[in-house]
Design a protein around this ligand. Sequence first.
Ligand SMILES: Nc1ncnc2c1ncn2[C@@H]1O[C@H](COP(=O)(O)OP(=O)(O)OP(=O)(O)O)[C@@H](O)[C@H]1O
Length: 293
Amino acid sequence: MIEIRNLYKRYHNHHGSDWVLKNINLTIPPNVSVGLIGANGAGKSTLLRLIAGMDKPERGEVIRHTKVSWPVGLSGGMQKNMTARQNVKFVARVHGSSSEDVKRVIKYVEDFAEIGSAFDEPVRTFSSGMRSRISFGLSLAFDFDVYISDEATAVGDKNFKAKAKAAFREKTGKASLIMVSHSEGILRELCQAGIFINKGEATWFDSIDDAIEAYHQAYGLVESAQLKQTRKDVLDARNSFKKAKAAYKEASDSNREPDKALAELKRDMNAKLKVLRKHKAALKSLQEANDDE
Ligand SMILES: Nc1ncnc2c1ncn2[C@@H]1O[C@H](COP(=O)(O)OP(=O)(O)OP(=O)(O)O)[C@@H](O)[C@H]1O
């Protein structure tokens, strides 16, 4: 659990010194992944940095009852004249890992980054994408309860983006995420809850969909009719599939139905699953197209 109490933040070089965040009070429950939503300059990255402990508030406090990561993919601390392997080893040692664990971390990052022999070249020779691969892998190599991510899934090429998303998905159940992303598709995919930041205030929503909806309403953003319909199709198809699955499970558990009836129920369940997958794929491609705009 993370508690945010009476939190105020402003930057002193800020014109007029308005509060970026004022009197924020939130409790982020354990094992719930949360997306931060709001317009440009609303204060999403600021709140994320305060949660990660990388910045100090003017007033108030963030109480972490849990192990919180540094922002995933942050590459600022890398020594450019050292190789990726040396950098990773250094961070693992500073982190107090045993020599066995240092080896495990190096292997994890080398496998994750997939940059081949460049892993033993100085970091100064790396492209920004290669650097992101190393720092992203390095953050994930350690077991945190909560991973902090500020647009970490937005860097890199298509292949890396897919890898980054998959890595976050793989942590589901073991850890949670607090993330900023301008991709609503990614937020809906990876988060359950949302925090909408607007005019210095932060509002908690148990459902990420409701947080996105609040943002859209506040800014008069209208979702396309096609996207709305496809989202509804997915919901309907999911309900139909759940019902068909329950019917099949009940029939097969009770042993009362003849084989033929059972086979029919199974066919029905599989057909509904197929429809659900079709609608989900359509939604994913519409969301990706939307995020690219
Ligand atoms: N280091 C800083 N010094 C001065 N002002 C800052 C600093 N960092 C952020 N700000 C200001 O604080 C406000 C919030 O910035 P922040 O980066 O948290 O917004 P954001 O919601 O993450 O925006 P975006 O969606 O554009 O990334 C902005 O007005 C920004 O100019």
